[in-house]
Write a protein that binds this ligand. Sequence first.
Ligand code: DWN
Ligand code: ZN
Length: 403
Amino acid sequence: METSCRICAGPVKGSVDLGVQPRGNAFPKADDLAGEFFYRLLVGMCDSCAMVQLMADIPQEVRYHDQYPYRASNSTVHSDHFAGVARRLLRTELTGFDPFIVEIGCNDGVMLASIADAGLRHLGVEPSQEVAALAKSKGVRVLSSFFDEETAGEIRAQHGPADVIFGANVIAHISHLDSVLKGAVTLLGPNGVFVFEEPYLGAVVEQTAFDLFYDEHSFVFSVSSIRAAARLFGLELVDAEPLAIHGGSMRYTLAKRGARTPAPAVAELLADERARRLDRHATLEDLSRRAERVREDLTALLRELRADGKRVAGYGAPAKITTVTNYCGIGTDLIPYVCDSTPSKQDRVVAGSHIPVVPPSVFAEDSPDYAVLFAWNHAKEIMAKESGFTGRWIVYVPEVRIL
Ligand code: DWN
Ligand code: ZN
């Protein structure tokens, strides 16, 4: 199958086939499974700009509805990270007279609350009502909308140019990325920056983290694909910084073309990506083979444990669990339940695989023999929290192992 690149219209060939999948963050009620939405999760790379993207386009209104369940503040590590992002922006980019920052997809205000506390002009652009209400309760000003070129024009007309546009784990979600980049050009002041951090293709490849592919991730960025996309729309990649969050992310800084001198990190990371062949189809094809291996190993292990009468549970219900369980064909026969601390996911089931999501107290009481760590990017925090767990952890990233 071949489609056209959403950024440059070049040919995109499907290289990773993760089968028929539901929406990653659907978390339906057990008695409301009739209308589950499914699509073919095929991932490809553009021949021209090397942008890795989903071949299917799931309408954004279907993904970011009012009950969107993800809460960015749900991990201490994440909350600390975003408070740190705010402190850094306050120190570096937001030091002029009456600065203005816009955050695309501000979720529950995990970053902008610190900006609001500092008394700076800001605006979160967030289409999902429940998370937007949480942000507002923290004193964050929110516009209920999707960000695109038109919204950017409206914001500029009302508030003036932005010094910073920020986005975390959201820019790669937006399939109309071309319109977002055009909007950044419209909204930014002459020396403004568009800073965003997203899961990094290099980390996905290195760790065989195929579960980072799901409907919300319209793209998985690399330094080279972002540099190419920025150029097409009058922007320039002026900095890139690897981050540990979400199992390996990259923070990109774009400025208007010619406004800033690119940091040495850009050329260094581009050279590293060339050496790692991150712009080659063969790299995705290899990732696909390694994903198949994880599927074989994980299902074989879970079947073996079941045959031995062991009790196995899941820990964490990130969006990633939807991809893994549906790709591997793991249902309640192998994992009867998964616990998660997010109230909006509890008493619901994982889409497609229908594994019930329960509060962590159920896990503590049940004390299973094994726990599959689906929220693997939070391993440190979760293992510290569950230091009393007497069973053994199973991880599948970068390969299947019992810890
Ligand atoms: O792009 C996205 C990213 C990167 O974040 C989104 N589309 C949504 C989200 O993806 P995710 O759902 O994979 O994110 P997390 O942060 O890996 O989700 C972790 C899950 O684990 C949450 O549901 C909360 C849960 N959790 C828990 O139950 N106990 C987390 C911690 C730290 C805990 O102690
Ligand atoms: Zn392209």
